[in-house]
Design a protein around this ligand. Sequence first.
Ligand SMILES: Nc1nc2c(ncn2[C@@H]2O[C@H](COP(=O)(O)OP(=O)(O)OP(=O)(O)O)[C@@H](O)[C@H]2O)c(=O)[nH]1
Length: 682
Amino acid sequence: MPRKWRQSDFDDDGYDDYDEEDYYEEEEYLEDKEPTSTSSVVPGQSQSFTSTTQPTATEVNEPETEEGLWACPVCTFDNSLDSLTCDICDTPREDLSEKVSDPSTSSKEKVPFKFDTPSPDEKNLAARGLKKSPIRVAQSPDDILNGARSSMAKAGTSKSISSAVSKLNVPGLSQSSGASTSESHVGNGSSSAPEGELADALKQMNVGGDYMESKSRENADASTSTYGLSLESYEPEPWMLKDANKDSRQLLHLIVVGHVDAGKSTLMGRILHLLGRVSQKEMHKNEKESKQQGKGSFAYAFVLDEGAEERARGVTMTVAVAHFETPKLRVVLLDAPGHRDFVPNMISGASQADAAILVVDASIGAFEAGLEGEGQGRGQTREHAQLVRSLGVEQLIVAVNKLDAVDFSKERFDFIRGTLQPFLKQCGFKDGSLQWVPVSASEGQNLTMASTESALKAWYNGPCLIELVDSLKPPPRLVARPLRLTIAEVMKTRTLGPSAFGGKLESGAIHSGTKVRVMPSGEIATVKSIELQGQQLKTARAGEGVDVGLNGIDPGMLAPGGVVCHPDYPVPVATRFEVQLLTLDIRTPILKGSQVILHVHHARQPARVDQLVSLLDPKKGTVLRQRPRHLTANQSAIVVIVPDEGVCIEKYSDFRALGRIALREGGKTIAVGIVTDILERK
Ligand SMILES: Nc1nc2c(ncn2[C@@H]2O[C@H](COP(=O)(O)OP(=O)(O)OP(=O)(O)O)[C@@H](O)[C@H]2O)c(=O)[nH]1
C-alpha cells in the first residue's frame, strides 16, 4: 500500500567519522517567541477518522481572522491584538504599517538568519505592500474565483485573473503587486528594490573583486530569464483556479522522523491499520513474514518497510509514502529512515513536508542515545530536528513512544519533554508550534483514540496523536504561480508510459495536455497523464504529490532533482550562487575551496565552497568580518557555492521550497542555509 521513493539509498560520502556534540551550545541564534495559538483539539475528545482515498483537486487555503486577533498578511498567522508584529514572521501589524520605515532609508545590515522569517528583501516588500494597500486575507477560495471571473468577464482576458488575484492578496495567490507576500514576490530583476538592497548591503560589506564583478554580471542577466520572461509577467490561466477548492479537506504532507529504532514505522503502520488502511490479510502476511525472519515485533513496521533488505535488516532505508484522512485533512505520510546512513533520503522527504512528527524512544538509554549519542548510530533525534526545521517545517508533534517500556511513567515523559524542549526551541520551533503526546505504538495506546491504559490515563487526558495531526495547519498553496514540480523519483509504468516521474507541485498546476519544460535539460514535453495513488486525475495543483507521465521526451532527461516547469518560466539552473549559512557542530572548519555534498529539494551533488564572503553576528546579523579565512561551529555567514553541475535552485525569497539547502560532508550535515542570490546560471 505505501509507495517507496526509489532514490539511491546511501549517502555517498562516508559515515564512520560521524560525531555529535551539542549544537548551538553557546549561541542561540534563533530567537524564541511565544506564539498565541495552539492546537484546536479539545483535550480528551475523540473524533472519527475515515480512510477514504478518492483523489481530488488541491484546495486553495483560506486564511481566517478571528475576533480579537489580527491575521498576518504574510504568513496568515492569527496574532493577539497585543502583538505589534507577527509572532511567527515579524511582519508589522497592518494598522501600524505607516510606521514602517522606508526601505530606501532603512539600515543596510543583514538581519539575523532565521529560517522562515522574512529575509531583508522580503521584509521591505511586505512593508511597502502594507503601506500601499490594506491587505485582506479572509477571502474564501470562492471569493477568489468569483473575483477572478468577474474581472475576466470585464476584460475578457486571462490577464485580468492575475490582477484580480493580486488585488485579493491571498497568500500563494497574489502576484507581483506591491502588497505581495514573501512567497508571492516573483521578481528576479536587478531593478527590484530587494536586489538593490542586497547590493547595497554587499557594498557596505565592502566586498570587492571578482565577487562584485560576478554580482553585476548576474544583475545584467537577471532582468530577463533564460527564456526571455521575468517571473513578474506571469499570469495564471483560468483552468488553474477553477474548482481549486473542491475538496473540503486540506492537503498536508507529514514527515515522521527520529532516531533509528525509535518506532517510527511501527507507529505509522499501527495507525494505518487502526484507520483501516491495511487489510487483515496484509497484516497477517506481515505478521507471518516478520516471525519467519525472527523479527516478530516488526509486523507493523513491515506495513511501511516493504523492501526485502529493509525487512531483513529491520531498518527503514528509503522514504515510504502512504495516505490517510482525518476530519480536516488529507494526509500524505512520509516515513523517513532514522539510520544515519540514510539521512540524505530523509532530507529529500523533509523538503516536501509541511509538518513533522518527531518520534522519541522513551526507553532508558534510548532517548539519551538519540539526543546525545554514543557509538555508531548516534544523535539522529538532534540531527533530524535541526534538518526538518531548517528545511522549512514549523509545526512539530513530539510523540514520546515506547512508554510501555517505562511503565507509562509520567516522570519519564516529563524528563524527556524538559530535556528536549530547550533544544527544539534553539532549533527554531516556537512553543505554540510544538505539541507533545505520550504513546505506545506496539500497545496501540493514545494513537487514534484516548488511551485505555490506566497507568497512562492516570496522568494524561489530552488529545491522542491523530487528533494532534488533525490540528496541524497546511501552508498556503501557490496555485497562481508559475509551475514548479520537483522530481522525486523516476519511473516507468503501464499507464504512465516510459517517461514518468513522481514529485510534488510546489507551485502552479498541470493537466493532461499541458506543455512543460523539464529542467535542467530544458527539453519541452507534454503531460500525458497524471495519477494520484494509482487513480487518474485531470488536474493537479500546488501542494499535490502526484505521478506524471510525459510524452515527447526521452526518459533519460528525467532525474531526481530535476524540476518540471512552465515552458516560459523555467527554474534557474544555477552554476554559482550565494547562500546565508548556519554552520552546525563541525569539528573541521569550512574553508574556501572545501568540497561538500549539496542537498536541495531532491537534488544532491558535489559542490565547492567558492568564497567565504562575510561572517555575520549570529544574533544581530551584522557583518563581523569580511572574507573570513574559515568558518567554525555555530557560525552564520554569507558564502558562495559552486556545484559541480548546474542545479535547479531558486532564491528563497522567490520560492522557499526550492531555496533551502543543506551541506553535508563525511556523512554529517555541516551547514544549512537559504539561497540569497543566484550569481551565475546556465
Ligand atoms: N516496547 C515497545 N517497542 C516498540 C514500540 N514501538 C516500536 N517498538 C519496537 O522498536 C523496534 C524498532 O521499530 P521500528 O518501527 O522499525 O523503528 P523505526 O524508528 O521505524 O526504525 P528506522 O526507520 O529503521 O529508524 C521494533 O522492534 C519495534 O517493535 C513501542 O511502543 N514499545
